[in-house]
Design a protein around this ligand. Structure first.
Ligand SMILES: [Zn+2]
Length: 175
């Protein structure tokens, strides 16, 4: 029997936080969300991502610390999943994110990628979608640093009223 060495992330950045995340949380993620084993997640900085060909164009990313993209393409009649987490080192520094907070933000994006395939969320509103992603961070024990991420985002004054209201609601739901 052969054992595939499954990798959660392919980290193209110079940030160790992605390796740290993988070391700490891969086992539990694979146990809870088995479909994660079917593909890996590429990690890029926003600048790296913008240089790539044939990827989903991300609109208006200047206020995003971490974001994700998922593309399903048919290659040689096979369904291939391209998933990525993209982050802004500059904005993370401006907002003074700690290592723990970065881990929590990554968990939230991994949560979006996990639930991308969740048919129950097809018609869900944006709060519901955010809460499902937050649930994954919660499951990894990262609720507290995720709360402080949301506080830092809110107090940065970079976001609209609606965005801040959504952040407040998410904070209230985090246990
Ligand atoms: Zn989100």
């Amino acid at each position: 029997m052969s054992h595939l060495v499954k990798k959660l992330f392919l980290n193209h950045t110079s940030e160790n936080v992605f390796q740290n995340f993988e070391q700490q949380f891969k086992t539990i993620l694979y146990r809870e969300y088995t479909h994660l084993e079917l593909f890996h997640i590429d990690c890029y900085t926003i600048d790296q991502y913008k240089q790539l060909d044939g990827v989903t164009i991300l609109e208006d990313t200047k206020n995003d610390t971490f974001l994700y993209s998922v593309d399903v393409k048919i290659v040689d009649e096979q369904r291939i999943i391209f998933a990525a987490i993209i982050f802004s080192p500059t904005l993370c520094e401006t907002l003074n994110f700690t290592e723990k907070e970065k881990l929590a933000a990554i968990a939230h994006e991994v949560g979006h990628i996990i639930h991308y395939f969740n048919e129950n969320l097809t018609n869900a509103n944006s709060l519901m979608v955010e809460l499902k992603a937050d649930e994954v961070a919660e499951k990894l024990g990262l609720a507290e640093p995720l709360k402080t991420v949301l506080e830092k985002l809110k107090s940065s004054k970079l976001y609209s009223r609606e965005q801040c209201q959504l952040m407040d609601l998410r904070r209230q739901f985090l246990k």
